[in-house]
Design a protein around this ligand. Structure first.
Ligand code: SF4
Ligand code: SF4
Length: 174
């Protein structure tokens, strides 16, 4: 085949593409939709009265293949209660320089304290701001919730919390 026909053949792809509908995403002005179960930024959930679901057990950290989670648990006291039961997550950090979004951590969590949101805009210009602590990961307080530390609802046990019997505020999705 003559060489000039090769060139014409190559332009066929160009011409074919020119008349297709553009699929350009107008990001960041108009962020595109993500799948409902997209693995985005994590969230540490609360019970309906505002107490934290995390019990500081570190199972999420052990499950993480990228060693991206750091947890330090501590004891609750009757004066300083952050979660129902004995322990809470005093320090909780996720290093998003390491996280690969696999979701193994949320599968390992026994209290559904840890879930993942659809939020994916986490770019930054330095390393330290990509290590998220409780200040960024804790779910915001909803109407009816009280910021910990505070006592459990009167007459309830930690079992009532784990079994979803606590009402009052609006339960945070988890
Ligand atoms: S999503 Fe995967 S990589 Fe990221 S913190 Fe969880 S277990 Fe680790
Ligand atoms: S998020 Fe879940 S698995 Fe991780 S320390 Fe808290 S309770 Fe344990």
């Amino acid at each position: 085949m003559p060489k000039f026909l090769d060139a014409v053949k190559g332009f066929g792809v160009t011409f074919g593409t020119m008349f297709k509908r553009p699929i350009t995403e107008e990001y960041p002005e108009k962020p595109g939709p993500v799948a409902p179960r997209y693995h985005g930024r994590h969230q540490l959930n609360r019970y309906a009265d505002g107490l934290e679901k995390c019990i500081g057990c570190e199972l999420c950290a052990w499950a993480c293949p990228a060693d991206a989670i750091y947890v330090e648990g501590a004891d609750n006291t009757e004066d300083q209660r952050f979660s129902p039961g004995e322990r809470y997550g005093q320090v909780y950090q996720i290093n998003y320089l390491r996280c690969i979004g696999c979701g193994l951590c949320i599968e390992a969590c026994p209290t559904r304290a840890l879930t993942m949101t659809n939020v994916y805009e986490m770019a930054d210009d330095n390393r330290s701001d990509l290590i998220y602590g409780k200040d960024k990961l804790l779910a915001p307080l909803q109407p009816g919730m009280q910021s910990p530390p505070h006592a459990m609802e009167p007459g309830t046990t930690d079992d009532d919390y784990y079994l979803g019997r606590i009402t009052g505020g609006k339960e945070v999705a988890g």
